[in-house]
Ligand binder design. Structure first.
Ligand code: CP
Length: 307
């Protein structure tokens, strides 16, 4: 399949065929990370800038590793150590980065739409590594890869997404992505954490975790994003854990072959009990492993082949 896009910005703009091509490519490239010498020359001579305005462990590290495994040269910029700290705007920063002729810019920003704006003003490929509460397409792709690996296909599955939906770019990208691939999505969480009208993205809503997970093939538990909550939207972490946290007791009503996922970082004992996060149904660390493969696939597709 010919991938005609310059950028990967959200799940809405990827077609089913493009998602399938990314997942297939990631599946092939995953093997490179298991070799004694984990490097191929595919992107030799290409330059990738990782431009993170918000903290990150998994996304930033896996993009960096992905680029290096494909032999691209990488440069990392963070808000605190660049001239952004002196007040330089995103547009000026982008124009200056573009003047150094990179091939791709991977960007995480607190403002929704920042990667889209960047993509319009630079010639380099832009990959959205998470923009505000809007989108996190590479997370959705690695989640879909993990589920497809375990279940064989995505069509016909039921995916329950539990927790702080309002503040979650992961939820939005997963709702759109899983829907496109033929899965059914159900959301559950406190009413204060489920935005009105979210059903229009293609998800059913429940306010009871037990109800949402009973027929689920996959449960994606979301982190409570305290850094984005500006109002008092749940009484206490203890109460949240009791009512909405995924515990062994709640999981007893789920399917025998359910997969438990979490994008990380985890608030242990709040949205998920430690014994569930580390239990037999959990594929949380496999998600992280697949994160490298998905990011290798995106860099390879955008920079390695004829577009
Ligand atoms: N899932 C995710 O985006 O994790 P990081 O914030 O550590 O990158």
């Amino acid at each position: 399949m010919r991938f005609a896009k310059k950028d990967v910005l959200d799940m809405e703009s990827l077609s089913v065929e493009e998602i399938q091509a990314i997942l297939d490519t990631a599946e092939t490239l995953k093997e490179i990370s298991t070799r004694p010498i984990k490097k191929v020359p595919t992107l030799r001579g290409k330059t990738v800038i990782h431009f993170f305005y918000e903290p990150s462990t998994r996304t930033r590290t896996s993009f960096e590793i992905a680029a290096k495994r494909l032999s691209a040269d990488t440069v990392s910029i963070s808000a605190s150590t660049s001239s952004i700290a002196k007040g330089e705007t995103l547009v000026d920063t982008a124009k200056n980065l573009e003047a150094m002729n990179p091939d791709a810019i991977v960007v995480r920003h607190r403002a929704a739409g920042a990667p889209h704006m960047l993509a319009r003003i630079v010639e380099a490929s832009v990959i959205n590594a998470g923009d505000g509460m809007h989108a996190h397409p590479t997370q959705a792709l690695l989640d879909m890869m993990t589920v497809r690996e375990k279940k064989g296909s995505l069509a016909g599955l039921t995916v329950a997404i539990i927790g702080d939906i309002t503040h979650s770019r992961v939820a939005r990208s997963n709702i759109v992505g899983f829907n496109k691939m033929g899965a059914t999505v159900i959301l559950a969480g406190p009413p204060t954490m489920i935005p009105m009208g979210i059903e229009t993205l293609g998800a059913a809503v429940s306010y009871h975790v037990e109800e949402a997970i009973k027929d689920a093939d996959v449960i994606i538990v979301l982190r409570i994003q305290k850094e984005r909550q500006h109002a008092f939207i749940f009484p206490s972490e203890r109460e949240y854990a009791q009512c909405y946290g995924l515990t062994k007791e709640k999981l007893a009503g789920a399917k025998d072959d359910v997969l438990i996922m979490h994008p990380g970082p985890i608030n242990r004992g709040v949205e998920i009990a430690p014994e569930v996060a580390e239990g037999p149904y959990s594929v949380i660390l496999e998600q992280v492993t697949n994160g490298v493969a998905i990011r290798m696939a995106l860099l390879y597709i955008l920079l390695g082949g004829p577009r």
